[in-house]
Design a protein around this ligand. Structure first.
Ligand SMILES: [Zn+2]
Length: 168
């Protein structure tokens, strides 16, 4: 396993490439836009949301993001932190069901130096992993990779979410 490959995507192009012309925070924007299907937001909870990364490192690469625009974990309330972890766990359960990965990289980049594409709005990455997946989808800055498979994965995640809500 090549460590560089494992970590490089985390400073991924999500925000460096996305809508450079539009000002402001992309996470705040997609949260407030209320176009969850277009923005690939597959789960909303009380304090945060889960979204597929449109510049994925791997199939199903998602992020869990608090609604509030804060850059650091310590600035979140304990309720937000609890909800963030609960939503992370829930997103992982959906990904488990839909994609059946063999593992995950789950992590946080703090600061641009450490690879945060957008350091001012805290977020947690969750990246499904499979044996031999290192060449799956190299991240290319400036290249938008909303592929057919992402739309399919998104729909399946939403379907699984609805199925669980019916049961609950
Ligand atoms: Zn923001």
């Amino acid at each position: 396993m090549n460590n560089k490959r494992l970590w490089a995507p985390w400073r991924s192009a999500y925000v460096t490439a996305i809508d450079q012309k539009k000002k402001g925070c992309v996470f705040c924007r997609i949260h407030s836009e209320q176009k969850d299907k277009k923005n690939l937001i597959f789960k909303r909870s009380q304090h945060c949301f889960a979204v597929l990364n449109i510049f994925p490192y791997n199939n199903g690469h998602a992020m869990v993001i608090p609604y509030r625009h804060v850059g650091e974990l310590r600035k979140l309330t304990k309720f937000e932190k609890q909800d963030l972890l609960d939503t992370l766990e829930y997103a992982q359960a959906l990904l488990d069901k839909v994609l059946k990965p063999q593992g995950y990289n789950i992590g946080i980049n703090v600061g641009r130096l450490a690879g945060a594409g957008f350091p001012n709005h805290f977020h947690i990455h969750i990246v499904p992993r499979w044996k031999g997946d290192v060449n799956f989808m190299p991240v290319t800055a400036g290249t938008k990779v909303i592929s057919q498979s992402m739309t399919v994965v998104f729909k399946e995640l939403c379907r699984e979410d609805q199925r669980r809500n019916r049961k609950a």
